[in-house]
Design a binder for this molecule. Structure first.
Ligand SMILES: Nc1nc2c(ncn2[C@@H]2O[C@H](COP(=O)(O)OP(=O)(O)O)[C@@H](O)[C@H]2O)c(=O)[nH]1
Ligand SMILES: [Mg+2]
Length: 204
């Protein structure tokens, strides 16, 4: 199990900047704007305001690299990795121009990173995944990465609805049975430990 010891914003990449060559494994996070990505990153890293959350969606236009140091019961030494926050997509009021840049930027990142080990796709547990979500999912698979899907805001539905919603997400993404779809809540921290454990399997 990982215990987060330190996390800091290391690099911010704009649309035209080159992605850095990092010395540790990269774990990337993708999803629609407002899906709860910043909240999940903060919950995961036990930090209140490291990643900026906003009720105004569509603000992030950058790829943010957080350098994370963890203790691990699997090794004596601390474990380092980069958590990579990819730009949110699908926000209705984003200009066409901005929207046109999102795809190539994500594709370029997936192609260029040598140390990328995993992309976590976030979808809202209450809603059907969108065409953009499906595109993102297919890019992850095409990049020969094993997708991890996190269904956010799990506190917003009844427990009795959970299985049904997960099944629905699986069907729409066409994710086969061995793809993990993990219910998560930044409010209650449901799924946090399981996600950390899953991520630990990808680094090192
Ligand atoms: N109830 C609940 N609200 C959440 C959760 N995660 C995020 N939110 C809310 O959803 C909105 C968008 O969250 P944010 O993390 O900024 O989303 P991002 O645009 O994907 O980074 C904010 O108002 C958050 O407070 C969650 O697990 N449960
Ligand atoms: Mg955000």
């Amino acid at each position: 199990m990982l215990t987060v010891k330190n996390a800091e914003l290391d690099t911010v990449c704009g649309i035209t900047s080159k992605f850095p060559k990092t010395e540790f494994s990269e774990l990337a996070f993708a999803g629609r704007s407002n899906v709860g990505k910043s909240s999940l990153i903060n919950a995961l890293l036990n930090r209140k305001k490291l990643a900026r959350t906003s009720s105004e969606p569509g603000k992030t236009r950058t790829v943010n690299y957080y350098k994370v140091r963890c203790g691990s019961d699997r090794s004596e030494e601390d474990v380092f990795f980069y958590l990579v926050d990819l730009p949110g997509y699908g926000y209705a009021r984003t200009s066409m121009e901005e929207r046109a840049k999102w795809g190539p930027m994500i594709e370029k990142y997936l192609r260029m990173s040598d140390t990328l080990r995993c992309v976590v796709l976030l979808v809202d547990i209450r809603h059907d995944p969108t065409a953009d979500d499906r595109q993102m999912y297919d890019w992850i698979v095409s990049a020969d990465l094993k997708p991890v899907v996190v269904a956010t805001k799990a506190d917003k539905i009844k427990r009795s609805q959970l299985d049904k919603q997960i099944k629905n997400i699986r069907t729409i993404l066409k994710a086969n049975k061995d793809v993990k779809i993990l219910p998560f809540s930044a409010e209650t921290k449901q799924g946090r430990e399981e996600l950390l454990e899953l991520l630990e399997g990808f680094i090192g």
